[in-house]
Write a protein that binds this ligand. Structure first.
Ligand code: TYD
Length: 134
C-alpha cells in the first residue's frame, strides 16, 4: 500500500442510539484542516476531480451513498470505492484524481490541508505528467 494515499478507519462510537464518528486534529490526521467542502447533488453520469494538486492533502469521506475515486501518481493508478461512513481516504500531494460513479444522493465530504488556491491545481493532464516525471 502506498502511503501517499490510503484508506483509514474513523473512530466510531456505537450505541443503541446510533453511531458517532470522530476525526480530531493531528492525532487522527496527517495535516491541520484549513478547509471543508462537500460535493452533493451529483448526476451519476458526471465525474468530478480530473485534476492534480501540487501541495494539497485531502481526506475524502462518503457521508452518504457511494462513489469511486481513481488516484494516479504519474505511473500507476489505484481504484477506491468509498461507501463506508466510518472510513476516509487520505490523498497526498502531487496526485491526479478522478471521482465518478456517484450513487443517487451521494455526498462526498472533503477535508483539506490548505485554503482554496487555483495555483495549486494541475488542470492539464500533460502538464501534470511532465511535472511529476521530472
Ligand atoms: P474543482 O476543485 O475543480 O471541483 P471538483 O474537483 O469537485 O470537480 O472546483 C470546481 C469549481 O469550484 C472551480 O471553479 C473552483 C471552485 N472552488 C472554490 O472556489 N473553492 C473550493 O474550495 C473548491 C474545492 C472549488
Amino acid at each position: 500500500m502506498s502511503r501517499s494515499h490510503f484508506l483509514f478507519n474513523i473512530d466510531t462510537i456505537v450505541d443503541s442510539r446510533g453511531s458517532l464518528s470522530i476525526i480530531e486534529d493531528k492525532s487522527d490526521l496527517p495535516f491541520d484542516i484549513k478547509r471543508i467542502y462537500y460535493l452533493h447533488n451529483i448526476s451519476s453520469h458526471e465525474s468530478r476531480g480530473g485534476h492534480g494538486h501540487k501541495n494539497l492533502e485531502q481526506i475524502f469521506i462518503p457521508m452518504h451513498g457511494s462513489f469511486n475515486i481513481e488516484i494516479f501518481d504519474g505511473k500507476d493508478s489505484f481504484e477506491y470505492i468509498l461507501s463506508n461512513k466510518m472510513e476516509g481516504l487520505y490523498v497526498g500531494k502531487r496526485l491526479w484524481r478522478n471521482l465518478y460513479n456517484f450513487s443517487v444522493d451521494a455526498v462526498c465530504l472533503v477535508l483539506a490541508s490548505e485554503k482554496y488556491d487555483e495555483k495549486d491545481y494541475w488542470r492539464n493532464y500533460k502538464d501534470y505528467i511532465n511535472e511529476v516525471k521530472k
